[in-house]
Design a protein around this ligand. Structure first.
Ligand SMILES: *Cc1c(COP(=O)(O)O)cnc(C)c1O
Length: 475
């Protein structure tokens, strides 16, 4: 063994303690750390011929990068849809790296742990046992996996085995949706179905949810044409939900695959107050749910739930690899999703679900929604901002109370100032044709104090920016 490996092996405990202390210090400062910053260009350093050992590497890391660590897992980071990390989830994550088990290995504990965790998740979301689950790296991969099964189904309808013959053997591929996440088009591109196969249906007036009548009209105009429908269960701007029950009811008259993208909206299922938004989702063919958003486990983790594991097997099986066994006889998750070798991705979720239970997650969801609504009310009352949609769940979508032509510039300047100050982070968007901003609250750490602080910051930065533009307008 190389001398530096030997040295690190003998001091493993010490290194772990140093790392835990370092991580602990970072986590204790989570509320004070800036949520964002303008990181200067950091000169890159090359590969050393002779290593320095783990402790020195930790010190070097701290020297070079430590002052740029930001609280993106903290309570006032409202950008994108970003959860944090619960204490128990971190425990599970550290352990899955320490154990470093390849979850593909059926001779290990991994299979039992993944299976049990998926069962816990089915219970959390009240999904019927008919849904087989599988872990993937994120909702993008989950959408990809669900749509890959849908593609296989579409092939069956056309007498084609896409897994064998390729997507080129398909004709007239139509994927319908009203407000799909960008990852849906990305998945269609990766699947060889093409972004152009997406048919965008109109939404209900003032909503991001599909006009189901328009879907019925499309069906009437394309009698007997099998297609894929991607339902939104939680859009990123307004957390709107398609009427999944009304869409699913059309399946009795017409063949289509119903995929539900419930990346974070799936968490409506954990609260009796919001469950109804998902009515009918139990009739879906496949469902995407992210874990690194509202489950608050570390990146990167999501699930696909599907009623058609056989179709997944056709697409994802490792056929003819004797050492992996016969995919049809020997159940292994690697034959149901893109990844083969995988970390024990279930463990952080297992720990967090056991540690906090259904009640813990119900509280996180209900509190985050209350906080987002409170923030929304404050924004609506403020002279600077206006809400662009009612705050249905965890996202406030807003813009400046000003002339539309000036919005884009104003938002740009405003967000730059916010990033520099690092108190609250929100991301720009476009809604109803207007430049806008959105604050997404899905972090277990967020308190009412944080939303008050965040609002005060938005107000004061808006006031200072508008003061500046008023001055420059007068000059
Ligand atoms: C976040 C999100 C995705 C993509 O998820 P990743 O985890 O970033 O891959 C897909 N759909 C919806 C609705 C989302 O909110």
């Amino acid at each position: 063994m190389n001398a530096i490996f030997r040295e690190d092996l003998s001091r493993f405990d010490e290194l772990l303690e140093q790392t835990a202390a370092y991580a602990g210090e970072f986590l204790r400062r989570m509320n004070e750390l800036p949520v964002s910053m303008e990181v200067p260009e950091i000169p890159s350093a090359g590969l050393p011929e002779k290593g320095m050992g783990g402790s020195a590497a930790l010190e070097l890391f701290d020297n070079r990068f430590g002052s740029y660590l930001t609280a993106s897992a903290g309570p006032r980071y409202f950008g994108f849809v970003t959860g944090g990390v619960t204490p128990a989830a971190l425990t599970g994550d550290w352990l899955s790296s320490a154990i470093d088990m390849n979850a593909a290995d059926k001779s290990s504990l991994a299979f039992a742990l993944e299976k049990e965790t998926l069962q816990l998740l089915r219970q959390l979301f009240s999904l019927p046992d008919a849904f087989e689950g599988v872990f993937v790296t994120g909702a993008t991969m989950s959408n990809f996996t669900g749509l890959a099964a849908a593609r296989q189904w579409l092939g069956q309808q056309q007498g084609v085995n896409v897994a064998e013959q390729g997507a080129g053997a398909l004709h007239n591929v139509k994927v319908l949706a009203a407000t799909p996440h960008s990852s849906v088009a990305k998945a269609l591109s990766m699947l060889g179905l093409g972004r152009n196969s997406l048919v965008l249906l109109p939404t209900l007036p003032g909503r991001e949810a599909v006009d189901v009548k328009a879907l019925e009209r499309w069906i009437a105009g394309n009698p007997g044409t099998p297609f894929i429908y991607v339902a939104s269960a939680g859009t990123v701007n307004t957390v709107d939900f398609d009427d999944i029950a009304a869409i699913a009811a059309l399946k009795h008259k017409h063949p289509f695959w119903l995929h539900v993208d419930a990346a974070f909206g799936g968490f409506a299922a954990v609260s009796p107050r919001f469950r109804h938004w998902l009515n009918g989702w139990e009739q879906a063919d496949s469902i995407t749910i992210d874990a690194h958003k509202w489950l608050n486990v570390p990146y990167d983790c999501a699930m696909l739930f599907s009623r058609h594991p056989k179709l997944q097997l056709e697409v994802f099986q490792n056929a003819g690899a004797a050492y992996l066994g016969d995919p049809a006889q020997n159940f292994n998750y690697i034959n149901y999703a893109p990844e083969n070798s995988r970390r024990l991705r279930a463990l952080p979720a297992w720990f967090s679900l056991r540690a906090y239970g259904a009640e813990g997650y119900r509280d996180v969801v209900e509190q985050n929604v209350k906080q987002a609504q409170r923030l929304g009310e404050a924004l609506e009352k403020s002279g600077h901002f206006r809400l662009l949609a009612p705050v249905k769940m965890c996202v406030a979508c807003f813009t400046f109370n000003m002339e539309e032509s000036k919005l884009a510039d104003q938002i740009h300047v405003f967000l730059q100032a916010l990033v520099k100050r690092g108190v609250v982070y929100v991301t720009p968007t476009q809604y109803a044709g207007l430049p806008a901003m959105r604050a997404a609250l899905v972090n277990w750490r967020t308190t009412d104090k944080d939303t008050d602080l965040a609002f005060a910051e938005l107000e004061s930065v808006a006031a200072s920016i508008r003061g500046l533009s008023a001055i420059s307008a007068n000059n």
